[in-house]
Design a protein around this ligand. Structure first.
Ligand SMILES: Nc1ncnc2c1ncn2[C@@H]1O[C@H](COP(=O)(O)OP(=O)(O)OP(=O)(O)O)[C@@H](O)[C@H]1O
Ligand SMILES: [Mg+2]
Length: 355
């Protein structure tokens, strides 16, 4: 769903913000340190219960304050979410009912982000790529989270046994549960990647016309062996390390461009464009299978892409059924021509006003 209103209280340098965004396109314009990224961070927090900047939650509370509060109404005209985070507690309410799991908010308010460090999806370790894939699977396959939680529970039990150097039988007790859920997780992930690859191919024609982009799933253990056999034959190595070294929690997506690893073969700008393409593919797939709308937060768009690529991306984004928030330093850096209407918000020293 999109946001029809948003209130932010004592979050970073945003002391009291109350806005009614446009259903489609919103621009947040302001100088360095005005509070633009903090604004996107507040929306991101409402969906993920954490920041996208590597930051402890306590740093999100405005200095010298005890808590932050985020309140929003969704554009389904019936859902109101309230979240209050203090140093010790977090309270979440949906339509005045207490909610204990942040995953409920993620379902109500699906959010994706592109920011200046997003190229790390390609250049950094596998965790980013697993998160990318699992965001999609989570929103498509509602069984996924159940299997994932069971897998994680069995994994932590097995790891505890390994750490305590219990005998082989006790350590392997968890294997059945691990194997069962590993196969469900793999099935869902492969299906999601198959679906998204079709959209990536389509988008590549426009954004990467001279490149062949490939996504190859690496399941977290060698291809030529079954998981159960691999767990068995590696038990002594796992015991030595004190944790389970293989499984879907170690999966990865190999991203190749023209047959070479994207990590080392394309420029930083191309990596940024490729990550943008991947996220747009996710949004497109999401819109196809869900009745809900997704929010895209695009931090510092002009700094990310050259004019020609920006233009192509704006044209693609304008055709998607999403709510978009873009930040920039100057208004004339953004081409809004593809939209019928939009709203501009001016951000200055933590104060946000509509223009
Ligand atoms: N917990 C906090 N309390 C108060 N202010 C904070 C807190 N955390 C960060 N800030 C300040 O908030 C300000 C806004 O930061 P933000 O990253 O949102 O700016 P920005 O508008 O995105 O700037 P840029 O254009 O440089 O990216 C900064 O001056 C930062 O130091
Ligand atoms: Mg910023």
């Amino acid at each position: 769903m999109g946001l029809s209103s948003l209130e932010i209280i004592t979050f970073r340098n945003l002391h009291s913000v109350n806005i009614k965004p446009n259903a489609e396109l919103n621009l947040l314009i302001g100088e360095n340190a005005a509070g633009k990224t903090s604004f996107l961070e507040a929306i991101f927090y409402l969906s993920y219960g954490r920041s996208f900047r590597y930051s402890q939650t306590k740093h999100l509370i405005s200095h010298d304050e005890e808590y932050f509060r985020l309140i929003c109404n969704l554009d389904d005209n019936k859902t109101r979410i309230g979240l209050e985070k203090s140093y010790k507690n977090q309270l979440i309410r949906v339509n005045k009912q207490a909610v204990s799991r942040i995953s409920e908010l993620s379902t109500l308010l699906p959010v994706l982000i592109l920011h200046p460090d997003s190229h790390q999806l390609i250049s950094s370790g596998p965790e980013n790529r697993r998160q990318f894939m699992d965001w999609g699977v989570f929103h498509v396959e509602h069984q996924f989270i159940i299997s994932w939680k069971k897998y994680k529970k069995a994994l932590s039990q097995r790891n505890a046994s390994l750490r305590m150097k219990q005998d082989d039988k006790l350590c392997s007790l968890w294997d059945i549960e691990l194997i069962e859920h590993a196969s469900i997780i793999e099935k869902y992930r492969l299906k999601y990647l198959d679906d998204i690859k079709i959209i990536i191919n389509d988008l590549s024609k426009e954004l990467f016309p001279d490149h062949k982009i490939e996504l190859i799933y690496k399941k977290g253990w060698p291809d030529d062996i079954e998981y159960k056999d691999h767990l068995k034959s590696n038990l002594y190595k796992d015991k030595e390390k004190g944790y389970t070294q293989s499984g879907p929690h170690r999966a990865d997506i190999k991203i190749n461009v023209n047959g070479y690893p994207a990590q080392s073969s394309i420029s930083r700008g191309q990596q940024k464009k490729l990550v943008t393409l991947l996220k747009i593919a996710q949004l497109t797939l999401f819109s196809k299978i869900s009745e809900r709308r997704c929010i895209l937060l695009f931090d510092d768009l002009p700094a990310e892409l050259d004019r020609d690529n920006q233009d192509k991306i704006m044209s693609i984004l304008s055709k998607l059924n999403i709510q978009l928030f873009i930040t920039a330093i100057e208004l004339n850096q953004i081409n809004t021509g593809y939209w019928q209407n939009h709203k501009v918000f001016h951000v200055e020293h933590g104060v946000i006003s509509g223009i």
